[in-house]
Design a protein around this ligand. Structure first.
Ligand code: NAD
Ligand code: UFG
Length: 378
C-alpha cells in the first residue's frame, strides 16, 4: 500500500488564528472523541475543505485519493492549517485489495465519498471512464465497507440529477432521471445503487448530498479550486480572465427567461458545503431508528445569473472582466436553485457565507496561487 503520513511544519498557533472564523469547531453531540473517518477524494477541491473541517472538529481522517485531479500539496496545507495531518493513502477506490487493507489498518466509523470524475464534456467522449470511476468505484467501495462492517456513507451527489427542474426552488422530492450526459447519469446510478443497498440491509445509513454550484475557497487563500487546463466552470474561468490568463469570458446564452437572459445558478461557498458534511454525518449517527437513505440539497436557496456573478467578481477583485455573449451551451438548464429547507430543518445547517464573500475568497485564492498548487509546491 502506497502511503504517506503528512506532518511537516505544523504550527498550531497559526492554525488557530487562521481558522478563527470557521463554524462547527466543536464535535456534534452524536459523535464521540475517538471517531475516525475515511474521505475518498480528500485531496480534491471539496474533499480538502471537508478534511480541514473534520480535523478542526477533532476527528481523525484518512484520505484515499489517486491524485488524478488533485495535488497532495492541498493536504500538506490542510495539515498546516489544522495543526494536525490526515493520513494520506495514494490509491484508487476501484482497488478492492487496497480498500480491504486500508479499512483493516484504519478502522473508521463512516466514509465520506467524494472521489469521482466530474467533467461533463469528457464524460460524453469517455463514458466508460465515468461509469468505471463513479459507478464501479462506488460499488467497490461499498463492498469493502460491507466486508469491514462500516455502514455509514455520505455521498457527493449533484443537482445535475434533477435535469431540467419542473419548478424552482428545487425540493428533494422533485423527479430525478432526466440527466442528459454520462456524468449526470453516473451520479444518478450511484444514488440508485446506494438506495437499493440501504433497502436491502437496515445497517446502512446513507446521505445523498445534492450539491448545487460550489465556489470560493478557504478564507486564508491556502486551499481552493485548482482545475487542470482550461476551466469548464464559471468561477475559475472568470478568475483566470481577471488574472489576464484568458482573454475573455464567453457567456453561454443570453436569451434564457431570467433577469438578464443569462443562466441562473445557486452558488454555494465551499466551506459552507464542507460544514454541511459534518452536519449530515452527525445526523446519520444521531438517529436511533433505521436511517436508510436520506437526501439533502446543499445550496443557498438564492439564484444568481452569469452577469450578476461577473459583476460581483469585478466588485470583489477590482478588476474588469471582459466578456462576450454567445449561444447557449448544449445541456445547460436555464435556472437551477435549491430549496434547502430540508437541510435546515433536519441537519440544522444553512449556508452562511454571502455572494461577496464567495467572490472575495475565490479571488484571494487565485492571486495567492496564480498557478494553483504548483505555486510554492514543496
Ligand atoms: P475534484 O476533482 O477536485 O475532487 C475529486 C477527487 O477525487 C480528486 O482529488 C481526484 O484525484 C479523486 N479521484 C477521482 N477518481 C478517483 C478514483 N477512482 N480513486 C481515487 N480518487 C479519485 O472534484 P470536486 O469538485 O472536489 O468534487 C468532489 C465530488 O463532488 C465529485 O464526486 C463530484 O462529482 C461532486 N460534485 C462536484 C460539484 C462541483 O461543481 N465541484 C458539483 C456537484 C457534485
Ligand atoms: N457559464 C458561462 N461561461 C463559462 C462557464 C459557464 O456562461 O465559461 C455559465 C453556464 O452556462 C451556466 C453557469 O455559467 O449558466 C454555471 O456553469 P458551470 O459550468 O459553472 O456550472 P453548471 O451549473 O453547468 O454545473 C455545475 C457542475 C456540475 C454539477 C452542477 C450542479 O459543473 O458538475 O453544477 O451541481 F452537476
Amino acid at each position: 500500500m502506497k502511503r504517506a503520513a503528512l506532518g511537516y511544519g505544523v504550527n498550531v498557533e497559526v492554525g488557530e488564528v487562521l481558522l478563527s472564523g470557521t463554524n462547527y469547531r466543536e464535535k456534534p453531540s452524536s459523535m464521540t472523541q475517538s471517531m475516525k473517518f475515511l474521505i475518498t477524494g480528500g485531496a480534491g477541491y471539496i474533499g480538502s475543505h471537508t478534511t480541514l473541517v473534520l480535523l478542526r472538529a477533532g476527528f481523525d481522517v484518512v484520505v484515499l485519493d489517486n491524485l488524478c485531479n488533485a495535488s497532495s500539496e492541498s493536504l500538506k496545507r490542510v495539515a498546516q492549517m489544522a495543526g494536525r495531518a490526515p493520513i494520506f493513502v495514494e490509491g484508487d477506490i476501484r482497488d478492492r485489495v487496497l480498500l480491504d487493507q486500508l479499512l483493516a489498518q484504519h478502522p473508521v466509523q463512516a466514509v465520506l465519498h467524494f472521489a469521482g470524475l466530474k467533467a461533463v464534456g469528457e464524460s460524453v467522449t469517455q463514458p466508460l471512464l465515468y461509469y468505471s470511476n463513479n459507478v464501479e468505484g462506488t460499488v467497490t467501495l461499498c463492498k469493502a465497507m460491507e466486508a469491514a462492517g462500516v455502514f455509514t456513507l455520505v455521498f457527493s451527489s449533484s443537482a445535475t440529477v434533477y435535469g431540467d427542474p419542473v419548478t424552482v426552488p428545487i425540493t428533494e422530492d422533485q423527479p430525478v432521471g432526466q440527466t442528459i450526459n454520462p456524468y449526470g447519469r453516473s451520479k444518478l446510478i450511484a444514488e440508485q445503487v446506494l438506495g437499493d443497498l440501504a433497502a436491502s440491509d437496515p445497517r446502512w445509513r446513507v446521505a445523498l448530498l445534492r450539491y448545487f454550484n460550489p465556489v470560493g475557497a478557504h478564507e486564508t487563500g491556502q486551499i481552493g479550486e485548482d482545475p487542470r487546463g482550461i476551466p469548464n466552470n464559471l468561477l475559475p474561468y472568470i478568475a483566470r480572465v481577471a488574472m489576464g490568463k484568458l482573454p475573455e469570458l464567453v457567456v453561454f446564452g443570453y436569451d434564457y427567461p431570467t433577469v438578464d437572459g443569462t443562466g441562473v445558478r445557486d452558488y454555494i461557498h465551499v466551506m459552507d458545503l464542507a460544514e454541511g458534511h459534518l452536519a449530515a454525518l452527525s445526523a446519520l449517527k444521531a438517529k436511533k431508528s433505521r436511517v436508510g437513505v436520506q437526501v439533502w440539497n446543499l445550496g443557498t436557496g438564492q439564484g444568481y445569473s452569469v452577469l450578476q456573478i461577473l459583476r460581483a467578481f469585478e466588485a470583489a477583485s477590482g478588476r474588469t472582466v471582459p466578456y462576450r455573449l454567445a449561444p447557449r451551451r448544449a445541456g445547460d438548464v436555464a435556472i437551477s436553485y435549491a430549496n434547502s429547507a430540508k437541510a435546515a430543518l433536519e441537519l440544522g445547517w444553512t449556508a452562511k457565507r454571502d455572494l461577496s464573500t464567495m467572490m472575495r475568497e475565490a479571488w484571494r485564492w487565485q492571486i495567492m496561487n496564480p498557478d494553483g498548487y504548483q505555486t510554492g509546491e514543496s
